[in-house]
Structures are given as C-alpha cells and as structure tokens.
Design a protein around this ligand. Structure first.
Ligand SMILES: Cc1ncc(COP(=O)(O)O)c(C=O)c1O
Length: 463
C-alpha cells in the first residue's frame, strides 16, 4: 500500500463502515464482534485490505468485473478529462464518448447495430424485457408477453430480473414476483435432467429440446423471448454441452421467439472472445452487458439490439406510443462510455483476449490436476478465464458438499492471500461450486498461485 492513509484514518474508516454501511450479500451479526473487510487499494491483480494484507484477487473484484485489473491510470485520466469537458447530459441526447463507444462496440458484434445505455446488468436486462413486452403489444396483440429463463441462470436483483431468476434461494422471501416469466430446465450435463438417453441424442440437443417442450406447453403464440447466459455464471459455471446452442437458435427461429443473451459476466473478453455467445455461432436479438464493460472504473451497462428490433420502435412515427418510452438517468453519464473505450483499447493493445484463452487453458489444466489429486473435486468446467470446480462428497452419487465446507475452502484460500469465489445461497443444496475469474491480465504465476492455494485449502478442509 502507498501509505497515504494513516493507521488512525484507516481505523476511522473501519469504524464508520461498521456503524453505517450495509454490505451486499452479507449477514452482519459477525461484525458486532469482528471487523468487516475493507479493501483500501488495488494494483494489477492484487488488492490490500485495512490491515495492509495483500491478496491475489482471483475473482476480479469479487464479482467478475475488473477485467483489465486495478490501478489503470490511463482509464482514470480519460474519465477525468471527460468529466471536465462534459460529465452528464440525459441520454435523450448523444455524447461524444457514447457515440464513439457504440461504434467500437458494434464493430465487435457482427449482426448487432444499436446500443442502449444504462447502469447495471439488472437494468440492461430489464430494458430487453421491456422491449420484448412492448413488441408483444405492438406486433402480437398483447399475446407474446411470456419471457423464458433458465433454471440456475441469474439476471439481476430487481423484481423484474428476479422474476427471471433461476436460482431459487436468491428469490426466496422477495415475492410476489412479476407474471409471465417461465422457467426452462438447465443444460448442465454433469447433473443431467432425467429422461436423457445418450444413445439417441447428445445432451445438448436433449436439453435444448426441453426448452421446446416448455414452449409447446405454454403455447408458442404466448412466448416472446428467451433469456439465457452463454455460460451460466453464479449458478455453477455451466458451460453449454455440444449441440445445445444450434438447437436453441433453431427453436427460437421456429417459434418467432427473440433470443436475449445475458453477457453481463461473459461479455468483454472474460471467455477469450469479445462475447461468450461468439464461441457458439449464435445470432442473438438482444445482448446485455455490464460488469467488464468498463472494468468497474465507471458504472456502465448496455442493451444491444439488431436493426430489426430497433426498426420495430420507429416504423410508425405517427403512433405516439411507437418508440421505446424508457429512460435511465445515469445512462447519460459520460464517464461510462469514456472508460469503456479505454478499457477496450487496453484489451486490444495488450492482446488480452489471447492471454485469456492461454491462461484459461492453464487454469483448466491445473484444475484437472486438482481433480486427480482430490476426490472431492467432482467436476471442473470453464471457458477462458471463467472456471469452476464442483465439490462433491461422493463422486458416484454426486452428493454436494455443504455450503459451510465451501466457505471453509474460500477462507483457507484467503488465509493464503488468495481471494476465490463460490456459489452462495443460490441453488438449494447445490451451492458447491468454487469460482475462479481472475483479471484478463493474469500471468502463469498468478494462475498457479491460485490453484496452489486451492490445493492446500482442499487438503486442509477435506483431508
Ligand atoms: C449473468 C448476470 N446478469 C446480470 C447480473 C446483474 O448485474 P448487476 O448486479 O450489475 O445488476 C449479474 C450479476 O452478478 C449476472 O451475473
């Protein structure tokens, strides 16, 4: 740490935090006797807490966000320059960084043409839901209002996105939720849905066909959209099985269903391509993104659509209701797109997509080695620098270890100076997946340090 805060200053910060800050996803009782963690500083892959302890951050800011790493002065400088020039004007007008970033972004997304700015992943998803609903009213006499979402996927913390929440423990006690959000089964082959006959079809095709079954049950003329993560993130790092996506795309086309890909985690390089969906040849109608867009240097999210979708909101200019009647106040903050432009430049200039692919492969090799050594590792999955290890008590029955044991593994890694992630309070009885998503700048030594820490932690917790 650079020492700009004295020990007294830091103690004051911790006291103020303990007295007044309501931490996210946190039960606060332990802070009545212990201290909350306060992160004071970050540089590259590393952060320092209030006690000056250094940690290698294997989860890019806890929730897969700081894709280009901490302490990037070049991003801070462009934000500063932009704020002095023009900090804000409502998104009903354009801005210089907003226009330039949209152009840059669209270059990376063949087939997409329009960028709608807002602030968070949840909000970007809400925009897509609203567009799908408005299209249902404009085009389909108010019938195609249903939005399908998948078991284990997560799309945000608002009531609308929780209604599309495939993680039951996340939505418990927050109902009633919004109507016309319909769940489809997950696509995780490791815990394959019952009824699959491997002799007759691939698991990918089987899981996709289960979506079709839901559509037929609900009535195709009532279903307007299907919202999916390209790789399920917090729901267990679920990489799609072979054959899944082509069939999903076919089903959407067959029933005239708009395909919404939630790239809030996978977008902007996390999986080694600009977007996760680009691994699978998908042609989406909506792509939403947030976290890595500006690596957390400024709040920015985007809901990106095709010209076909966009046209549906301008085709009849005589109709006073025929445009997207939505606003996001802070979607007009210029720091977001200014930071996002610089973030993208860094990823290109430093070759971070290639690095992500190479380091992701190294991490998967290391995780496979851990699987050979520790019987508790039942499965490892990943794409680029987005990897997971599922821990089970018994490989044959796949009985999950407890959330408490998972927390112990995370704590043991923390004791070695490595912050890793884990599913928590998401899927009843199945919060048993460790998550690894280091910044895209990770080096081979960083990757090895992360998996070495997990090796030691697994040995301590499970013997
Ligand atoms: C896949 C996915 N979508 C949406 C969100 C919600 O994003 P935000 O927290 O920015 O609203 C998240 C957050 O973790 C996410 O993982």
């Amino acid at each position: 740490m650079d020492g700009t805060l004295s020990q007294n200053d830091i103690s004051h910060v911790v006291d103020a935090d303990r007295a007044h800050v309501w931490h996210h996803l946190t039960q606060h009782k332990p802070f009545e006797t212990g201290e909350p963690r306060v992160i004071i500083e970050g540089k590259g892959m590393r952060v320092w807490d209030q006690n000056g302890r250094e940690f290698l951050d294997a989860v890019s800011g806890g929730v897969w966000t700081v894709n280009v790493g901490y302490g990037r002065e070049e991003i801070a400088n462009v934000i500063r320059d932009q704020l002095i020039k023009l900090n804000y004007f409502s998104g009903s007008a354009g801005s210089v960084p907003g226009a330039l970033y949209s152009e840059k972004l669209i270059e990376k997304m063949p087939g997409m043409t329009r960028v709608y700015y807002c602030n968070s992943g949840s909000e970007a998803n809400e925009k897509a839901f609203k567009m799908i609903r408005q299209i249902a009213h404009k085009r389909y006499g108010g019938k195609k209002t249903k939005i399908l979402y998948r078991d284990r996927d997560y799309h945000g913390g608002t009531i609308g996105t929780m209604s599309a929440g495939g993680q039951d423990e996340r939505v418990m006690q927050y109902g009633p939720l919004a109507p016309d959000f319909i769940r489809v089964p997950h696509c995780m082959e490791y815990r394959a849905q019952e009824g699959w006959n491997p002799e007759s079809e691939s698991y990918g095709e089987y899981a996709a066909n289960l979506i079709e079954e839901v559509i037929l049950r609900e009535g195709p003329d009532t279903v307007g959209g299907l919202c999916l993560e390209p790789v399920t993130a917090g729901g267990g790092v679920i990489t799609p099985p072979e054959g899944y996506w082509p069939r999903v795309q076919e089903i959407c086309r067959k029933y005239d269903i708009l395909l919404h890909i939630d790239e809030v985690v996978c977008g902007i390089g996390r999986t080694g391509t600009w977007f996760g969906y680009q691994h699978y040849g998908i042609e989406p109608d909506f792509v939403t993104m947030a976290k890595g867009v500006a690596s957390g240097y400024a709040a920015i999210a985007c809901c990106v659509t095709t010209e076909r979708v966009f046209d549906m909101f301008k085709d009849n200019a005589d109709d006073p209701m025929n445009y997207f009647r939505d606003i996001s106040t802070f979607g007009g903050c210029t720091a977001g797109p200014a930071a996002a432009l610089e973030n993208m430049r860094i990823i290109e200039d430093e070759g971070l997509l290639d690095n992500t692919t190479a380091m992701g492969a190294r991490m998967m090799t290391n995780l496979h080695n851990l699987m050979e050594k520790h019987r508790v590792v039942g499965d490892v999955r990943g794409k680029g620098l987005f990897c997971g290890a599922e821990l089970v008590r018994d490989r044959a029955t796949k009985e999950a270890v407890s959330e408490k044991e998972i927390a112990q593994v995370v704590a043991e890694c923390g004791a070695q100076g490595v912050i890793i992630g884990a599913a928590n309070r998401s899927i009843p009885g199945l919060n048993n997946v460790l998550c690894f998503s280091p910044a895209l700048i990770a080096t081979p030594d960083d990757i090895d340090q992360i998996t070495d820490a997990v090796d030691v932690a697994l040995g301590k917790v499970f013997g």
